[in-house]
Structure formats: C-alpha cells, structure tokens
Design a protein around this ligand. Structure first.
Ligand code: FAS
Ligand code: PHB
Length: 391
C-alpha cells in the first residue's frame, strides 16, 4: 500500500490531522494501537481554548460542541478562604469552551468513519523504517497479518509513550523535563457541578479543581502524593478532602455521589526538540507534555496539527518546502509559551513537599495577591489561559 502521509496514533492529534489533510485532498492513514472503545474510555481534558473551538467549527466539527458544550467567560481562583474571579471576556474579549476530550474524540472518529480505511484500530507492532530517506515506510500487524505502507511523510502522534520520538537518534534530539513531586487524583460523578465556572483552589492542604462535563456530570481533582494509589482513596475520603480544600460556602454547596471513574495522573513538563527528523514529524504529546493545571495539553495537540496540516498541504499539493522547514520552530514557539504558563499555574497553585510555610509559600501567596490587586496581572493570566488565535 502507498499513501501520502502515515499518522501513528489515533488520539486527538492524529485523528484531527487526518481530518484536516482530507479537507485539503491529502491522503493519509491513521494507525492506532488500541480499539476505538479503549481510546474513548480514557478520561482526559475538559477545556478547549477559543482557537481550538473556532478551528473545530471551521472544519465541520463544531455542531455537537456548540450544542452540548459550555462557553465559560471566566474562572475562579480560591485561596486564603476566599476566591478571586478572573473574567476572560472582560480582560481579553475571548473565552473557553468546556467540552470533554472524549466528546471531541467521538466527533473526530465519526468524521473519519465517513472515509473507509482512514484509520486502522488495534494496529500492533507499528515500526518506522527509513524515515531519514526519501522513501520512508511503516509496518504494522493487524489480525496476525503484517502490512507495509510506503509513504512520503510519517507523523508521530503516538503520545508520550509512543514509538515515534524514539525513532529520532539521541544525538539529534534534545529533551527538557521537569517532574512535579505530586499527582492529580481525578473523579467523575453524576452530580451537578458545584459552580457555574471552574474553581482552581490553593489550600493549606493542597490543590483542588472543580470542573464539569455537563449539568449532571462533574469532574473534580485533588493533588495527591506521588506514591498514592487509587485504592487508597474511597469516595468518602475524596469528598471529605475536596470539601476541606474549598472555601466554606462552596464546600457547603457540594453535591457528592458515587465516582464513575477514578484515576491518578502524574504531572510533568516535557519538550523534545526538534519536532522534525527528515521525513518524520512529531505532534501533540509525542513531542511535549504539560501539567494539566493550565488546560493546555489537548490545545497544544490541536495547534501542532493545525500548523502541520498547512505545511504538509503546501508540500504535497504545491511542492513547497517552506512550511515543513518552518514547522518545528513555529510549533515550538507556541509550545514553550504554554509550557511556561502551565509551569507557572502549577507552581502557583500546588503545595510542594518541604515548602510548608517558608519563602516559596510566601511567594505563592504574593502571586495570588498580585492577581487580586492588578488587572494587568489578571489580563496576562487570562490571555494565556484562553490562548492566542491560530495564525
Ligand atoms: P494521546 O496520548 O491522546 O494519543 C496518542 C495515541 O497514540 C493513543 O490513542 C495511543 O493509544 C496511540 N499509540 C501510542 N503508541 C502507539 C503505537 N506504538 N502505535 C500506534 N498507536 C500508538 N490535557 C488537558 O488539556 N487537560 C487535562 O485535564 C488533561 N488530563 C490528562 C490526564 C491524563 C491521565 C493524561 C495522560 C493526559 C491528560 N491531558 C490533559 C493531556 C491530554 O489531553 C493530551 O494532551 C492529549 O491527549 C494529546 O493528544 P495526542 O497528542 O493525540 O496524544
Ligand atoms: C477537566 O475538566 O478535566 C480539566 C479542566 C481544567 C484543567 C484540567 C482538567 O486545567
């Protein structure tokens, strides 16, 4: 088989890239290791930057999002017993869309399903060959049969633990990493959200986040020690800890119920450079990871593939190398801005072991007080949270 672009990984990055390329008449195939249901069972992101929501609308993927999603004009930061509202609309004229990654993924898979052969689920043993040549190929196994795809470009959208990044020689790749000394314990509950907008809480006991998916599906997180296991956290223990980390009036409003999903995610900042090695390009979590505090992971995957789809179209349809030569630098400029913001929000909102009430704790409180006192500081946070337009 031959196609113009082989995309490894059928998460949001890979499936959106396939959809964007198809709209430009570029052929591709997506090779996804897991089943459709397995990918959809993963509970991930919940916040779409305005640029992400606008792009999904432009490419015919916005109808359900606009019907079922929530446009949020701001968010709350709770600390010191009170809470501060950051008004995105007033400060930036932009907002965010609350619409789960699971729903985005379903919409993408529905669009791909209209094209036979656009995605292969349960594609095992994916291997990249000759990516440093003009004739790269990819092999994979499906139902015991080995398949080979000859192609012009291989795009690694296979996440942090995929095979693509490791296909780039160590002497070519530079990586940057910061591992945080805590994780997030998240639950889903079929209960009404405690608030009409998200609440990020920095309490003496640690970070908490109140989010949602719809009017009867809430998403909550508490910071937990890295060596905790989900089994250590009964629902009752979770709800008690969440209440203890929220302002009293908010805690009093909290409606609890049985968790229908419960998981712990580690937090890290990671960037691999460059995002291109000859005929191999990286996009999304295959190239970078951010702590979910700034709600940037999914949105960076979207911006990467927006730039990549434009570059690959210019190359394969118009014969230009300008876009593909500039992709890594263009995408990384937005990546590092998001990495910085996610690091800043994580550092400002979490209790770091050994920090107790020392210098770092005072700096945290000063950061939050600056947001309370300065519209300029709130505007800078709001601009980073809602994200910049995709240009
Ligand atoms: P993904 O990891 O989503 O997709 C990669 C795909 O490649 C997967 O489907 C995988 O099965 C497949 N794959 C891997 N290896 C393969 C191989 N060898 N062959 C074929 N396929 C292969 N972001 C936020 O903005 N907010 C959040 O709250 C948030 N929470 C998160 C919680 C967790 C536990 C995790 C892990 C991530 C979270 N993220 C969050 C980040 C997340 O949303 C990612 O940024 C987003 O999924 C990135 O999309 P992709 O780059 O497509 O990577
Ligand atoms: C979520 O709803 O899952 C969510 C929202 C905002 C974040 C992280 C996760 O910063």
């Amino acid at each position: 088989m031959r196609t113009q672009v082989v995309i490894v990984g059928g998460g949001p990055a890979g499936s959106l890239l396939s959809h964007l390329l198809h709209r430009e008449g570029i052929e591709s195939i997506v090779l996804e290791r897991r089943s459709r249901d397995y990918v959809l069972s993963r509970i991930r992101a919940g916040v779409l930057e305005q640029a992400t929501a606008d792009l999904l609308r432009e490419v015919g993927l916005g109808e359900r999002m606009d019907r079922e999603g929530f446009a949020h004009d701001g968010t709350y930061l709770a600390y010191g017993g009170g809470q501060l509202h950051v008004d995105f609309a007033q400060l930036t004229g932009r907002n965010v869309m609350i619409y789960g990654q699971t729903q985005v993924q379903e919409d993408l898979y529905d669009a791909l399903a209209e094209r036979d052969g656009s995605i292969v689920f349960e594609a095992e043993d994916v291997a990249l060959h000759d990516v440093n040549s003009e004739a790269p190929s990819v092999t994979y196994t499906k139902d015991g049969q080995t398949h080979r795809v000859d192609t012009t470009w291989v795009i690694g959208c296979d996440g942090f633990h995929g095979v693509s990044r490791t296909s780039i020689p160590d002497d070519v790749l530079t990586t940057y990493e910061r591992v945080y000394p805590f994780g997030w314990l998240g639950i889903l509950s079929e209960t009404p959200p405690v608030n009409d907008e998200l609440i990020y809480a920095n309490s003496d006991r640690g970070f908490a986040l109140c989010s949602m998916r719809h009017a009867m599906l809430s998403r909550y997180y508490v910071q937990c020690p890295l060596d905790d296991a989900v089994e250590d956290w009964s629902d009752d223990r979770f709800w008690d800890e969440l209440r203890a980390r929220l302002p009293e009036d908010t805690a009093d409003r909290l409606v609890t119920g049985p968790s229908i999903e419960k998981s712990i995610a580690p937090l890290r900042s990671f960037v691999a450079e460059p995002l291109r090695y000859s005929r191999l390009m990286l996009a999304g979590d295959a190239a970078h990871i951010v702590p979910p505090t700034g709600a940037k992971g999914l949105n960076l995957a979207v911006s990467d593939v927006f730039y990549l789809a434009r570059a690959l179209t210019e190359n394969l349809r118009d014969g230009s190398n300008t876009g593909v030569d500039a992709y890594s630098e263009t995408a990384l400029r937005r990546v590092w801005r998001a990495v910085r913001f996610s690091w800043w929000m994580t550092t400002a909102m979490h209790r770091f072991p050994g920090q107790e009430d020392g210098f770092d704790r005072q700096i945290q409180l000063a950061e939050l007080q600056l947001l309370a006192d300065s519209e300029t500081a709130r505007r800078q946070m709001a601009e980073n949270y809602v994200g910049l337009p995709l240009t």
